[in-house]
Write a protein that binds this ligand. Structure first.
Ligand code: HEM
Length: 143
């Protein structure tokens, strides 16, 4: 998924800094996502706390395996197929990634470098494209 050791280290280091301030980062991320894409809020009729926890744990899982595409890709495709069933569409990823980058910038300040941002954008593109692929595959199987 990420190509060099430096990229893997940048992803893990920046995510570690964000995780240290998870109490601030997690609500900031979801607040920003719903500001950018208010319709996404309707997918969560009740408590958001559950998805916040699941989303965060999945991101931790991805960061741990960022250099292991053989493990990552099938899990992301399955996740994408399930998200399709929850009503999540591919256009929802763009505001989600914008909200995540916003959160990194706000929480880490200057410690979040442009190189780190570029590495994250590559990782997020892979997450979105594999989840979309999983959704498409599940549609093809169902038809
Ligand atoms: C804007 C994009 C997204 C929306 C609107 C969304 C929405 C949802 C909804 C409605 C559920 C089912 C309710 C629940 O279990 O709480 C769910 C479950 C879940 N989401 Fe998301 N999600 C999004 C992106 C993501 C991403 C990018 C990840 C991880 C990288 C993720 C990880 C999970 C996990 C782990 C679950 C638990 C159920 C399962 O594994 O299928 N979500 N999501």
């Amino acid at each position: 998924m990420t190509e060099t050791m430096t990229e893997v280290m940048m992803i893990r280091y920046s995510f570690g800094l964000l995780a240290e301030r998870a109490d601030q980062a997690v609500p900031m991320f979801f607040g920003r996502l719903f500001e950018l894409a208010p319709r996404v809020r309707m997918l969560f009729p009740g408590e958001m706390a559950q998805h916040q926890k699941k989303f965060t744990m999945m991101l931790v899982w991805v960061v741990e395996r960022v250099d292991k595409p053989a493990e990552l890709v099938p899990a992301l495709r399955d996740l994408g197929a399930r998200h399709h069933r929850y009503g999540v569409t591919s256009e929802m990823f763009e505001p989600a990634w914008a909200a995540l980058i916003y959160t990194f910038r706000k929480v880490l300040g200057d410690a979040f470098t442009l190189e780190m941002e570029a590495c994250w954008m590559r990782v997020l593109e892979v997450i979105a494209s594999e989840m979309e692929r999983g959704a498409e595959d599940s549609l093809r199987l169902a038809s």
